[in-house]
Design a protein around this ligand. Structure first.
Ligand SMILES: NC(=O)c1ccc[n+]([C@@H]2O[C@H](COP(=O)([O-])OP(=O)(O)OC[C@H]3O[C@@H](n4cnc5c(N)ncnc54)[C@H](OP(=O)(O)O)[C@@H]3O)[C@@H](O)[C@H]2O)c1
Length: 249
């Protein structure tokens, strides 16, 4: 379905989940700004792909989402190019496993900086514009690790759980201004760095707890995000929805 919203910023669009979300939003007729941190070539390749397959070629923007001034600059650049930003999807994130007592404190800082502070800064930067206009959609990408405990994921889990609190708070703060803020929590997603990092044994152990018996796809995450950014989700606000094959049921 074609969306009433026209301009989207997707952070982490250089990764597999952000790419799939960008494709989905572009197919709904949106101009999509494709954010990357280091992997500019992947974001540029996606922009070319969108240019060839849709009427709306992507705009490529680089930033460290943990740096407020870079985030502000990125949001200004996207708004200048597209006229405004109607939709923000925060898919930029980092992942690192270690048991809590052996994990360096610096890892906690890094995981919180990118996964939580990065989403907070991006939401804050676009919200000012959305409030002025009286409409907008924000979707934060958390993880099943933000909903349940997983051994070895203390710092990641803390950061991703923070996104669920941020989602609910922003929904209350801005739900009366025509803005919805929701959160998607993927389980294990196929063909991603997180999946590739697992041994066959780890993968099997994890999937034993997934009723669907398989990892999800980035397109399945993107389908939910596309719905939340579309007109049929006007009355869905402050929700945290897992895309996990039933893992957290
Ligand atoms: N894969 C899974 O199974 C899974 C499950 C649950 C949740 N998630 C979440 O889904 C999201 C996307 O996952 P993915 O598998 O597509 O991950 P990915 O391939 O590792 O992509 C991560 C993205 O985050 C960006 N990024 C990393 N550090 C950054 C920084 N300092 N500033 C700005 N951007 C930064 C990367 O940019 P560059 O590559 O350009 O540096 C990349 O676009 C993440 O938030 C992840 O935690 C993934």
């Amino acid at each position: 379905m074609t969306s009433a919203f026209r301009a989207a910023l997707v952070t982490g669009a250089s990764g597999p989940i952000g790419s799939a979300i960008s494709r989905r939003l572009a197919s709904a007729g949106m101009n999509v700004a494709l954010h990357y941190r280091h992997n500019a070539s992947s974001a540029r390749a996606l922009a070319l792909e969108l240019g060839a397959s849709t009427t709306r070629p992507g705009l490529v923007v680089g930033a460290d989402v943990a740096k407020p001034e870079q985030v502000e600059h990125m949001v200004d650049e996207v708004a200048a190019a597209f006229g405004d930003i109607d939709v923000l999807v925060c898919a930029a994130g980092v992942h690192k496993d270690a048991l809590t007592v052996t994990s360096p404190v610096e890892d906690l800082d890094h995981l919180v900086d990118i996964n939580l502070k990065g989403s907070y800064l991006c939401a804050r930067a676009v919200l000012r514009r959305m409030v002025r206009r009286g409409s907008g959609r924000i979707v934060l990408v958390s993880s099943v690790a933000g909903l349940r405990g997983f051994s070895g994921q203390g710092a990641y889990s803390a950061a991703k759980a923070g996104l669920t609190g941020l989602t609910r708070t922003l929904a209350r703060e801005y739900g009366g201004r025509g803005i919805t803020v929701n959160c998607v929590a993927p389980g294990l997603i196929r063909d991603t760095p997180a999946e590739r990092a697992l041994s066959e044994k780890q993968r099997g152990r994890l999937l034993a707890h997934v009723p669907a018996g398989r990892a999800g796809t980035a397109a399945e995450v993107a389908g939910l995000v596309g719905f939340l950014c579309g007109p049929e989700a006007d009355y869905v606000n402050g929700q945290v929805i897992a895309v996990d094959g039933g893992q957290t049921a």
